[in-house]
Design a binder for this molecule. Structure first.
Ligand code: PLP
Length: 390
């Protein structure tokens, strides 16, 4: 790290500081600009931004001081648990995102079962590796099928009396695929362990696709045996960063991973953070109330329509897709995904490289417009030709 002399004894004028901020911000890419094609985050809805600003100083870790923010957390958790078909008596907490909720779920599973292995599909997000590393759990990787889904029979072979949790993903980070949650939950039940669903991405997509009549598998608490679910409002929920939620079903009380909390107004707290942003809960409350089911359906359908358009155009141009997208995530096959990603970045298009499956990933998030895709495709073609990929 470079040691900086910017912290001076004398004050720097307000205007001068703002101007420095503006300079730094100009160097950032904006979601609206059409360059960001590989992210699972998006431009927050204006009502979320308004709520965030109003609740900026609130701390969910000290609800005596901020009962208003706390009530919004509670109401929002209620809406999210409803969306996830959680049973009465389910609970949860606002966290910073999918990583934190996955770590909490693994901590909960290890605490409740007293076991120290977790089975994670090879397609799962690296946050499970973080959880395993932090808590000295053994992460057992389960293979995926040719269709990029967790292989239930392989998971059955791997599960045993040391397994604390089986993980399934509803909207994989790589290709947006939905693991066979019912099959995995059955294996979990047979082995007396917990079943966690990482719906960080898909949690704000699948319920609305179902409402629109798309054939989608069950992925949430409606599946017998599912004990916890991660869902991220700061992804397809169109809330502000950081906003994640861990939802826990009946019998899995987050308090079991809580510690006593002297000095603040709670008695115990689960979770990694003590001070938690009330602004995240307020922003999510605001956008969920404002959009309602109809608003999210419209957003999701827009994303899916762009996904279909992108797939068609890519096929017309001779690109190969690894699978038909189940959601708004498109993989495009390349021999050297990282080289393609770098060449695209030089041309100001940012996609994610997926080394494991030999693809780059485009996520048709709400900020991705058709004209962005129209600008991207010819560049992708030039890059792919230049690299001898097509
Ligand atoms: C399925 C899934 N889980 C967890 C995460 C981690 O979420 P976060 O970056 O908000 O911690 C991601 C991130 O893309 C994800 O796709």
């Amino acid at each position: 790290m470079r040691i900086s002399m910017l912290m001076r004894e004398r004050q720097t004028g307000y205007e001068a500081v703002i101007s420095e901020l503006e300079d730094a911000r100009k160097r950032d890419y904006a979601f609206s600009g059409g360059s960001i094609l590989g992210s699972m985050c998006t431009q927050p809805h204006p009502v979320a931004v308004e709520a965030y600003n109003r609740f900026m100083e609130t701390n969910l870790g000290d609800p005596l001081l901020f009962p208003g923010a706390r009530s919004l957390e509670e109401k929002t958790l209620g809406m999210i648990c409803g969306m996830l078909n959680a049973p009465a008596g389910a609970g949860g907490q606002f966290v910073s995102g999918g990583t934190e909720s996955n770590i909490m779920a693994m901590a909960l599973a290890s605490r409740l079962t007293g076991r120290d292995e977790i089975i994670i599909p090879a397609s799962a997000h690296f946050s499970f590796e973080k959880a395993a590393s932090l808590m000295r759990l053994k992460a057992v990787s389960a293979p995926t099928t040719d269709g990029f889904l967790a292989d239930v029979s392989a998971v059955r072979e791997l599960a045993n009396e040391r397994t604390a949790c089986i993980v399934g993903v509803a909207g994989t980070t790589e290709l947006g695929m939905i693991d066979p949650i019912a099959g995995l939950a059955k294996v979990a039940g047979d082995n007396g362990c917990m079943m966690h669903v990482d719906a960080a991405f898909g949690g704000f997509v699948i319920p609305f696709m179902k409402q629109m009549g798309y054939e989608m598998p069950d992925f949430d608490f409606s599946v017998p045996g599912v004990t916890s679910v991660s869902i991220d409002p700061h992804k397809m929920g169109c809330s502000t960063i950081p906003a994640g939620v861990i939802a826990v079903g009946e019998g899995g009380n987050l308090c079991s991973i809580g510690v006593d909390t002297p000095y603040v107004s709670t008695k115990t707290q689960p979770g990694l953070l003590s001070t938690r942003p009330g602004a995240a809960a307020a922003a999510t409350y605001a956008v969920m109330r404002h959009l309602g089911n109809a608003g999210y359906r419209q957003i999701v359908e827009g994303c899916l329509s762009n996904t279909r358009y992108l797939c068609e155009r890519l096929s017309e141009e001779g690109f190969s897709l690894p699978c038909e997208p189940q959601m708004n995530v498109v993989g495009i096959r390349f021999k050297k995904p990282r080289v393609v990603k770098d060449a695209l970045a030089e041309r100001k298009f940012f996609v994610a490289p997926l080394d494991r499956v030999g693809c780059i990933r485009v996520v048709c998030m709400p900020h991705v417009k058709r004209e962005h895709l129209d600008s991207f495709i010819p560049v992708l073609k030039t890059v792919a030709r230049g690299l001898g990929e097509i």
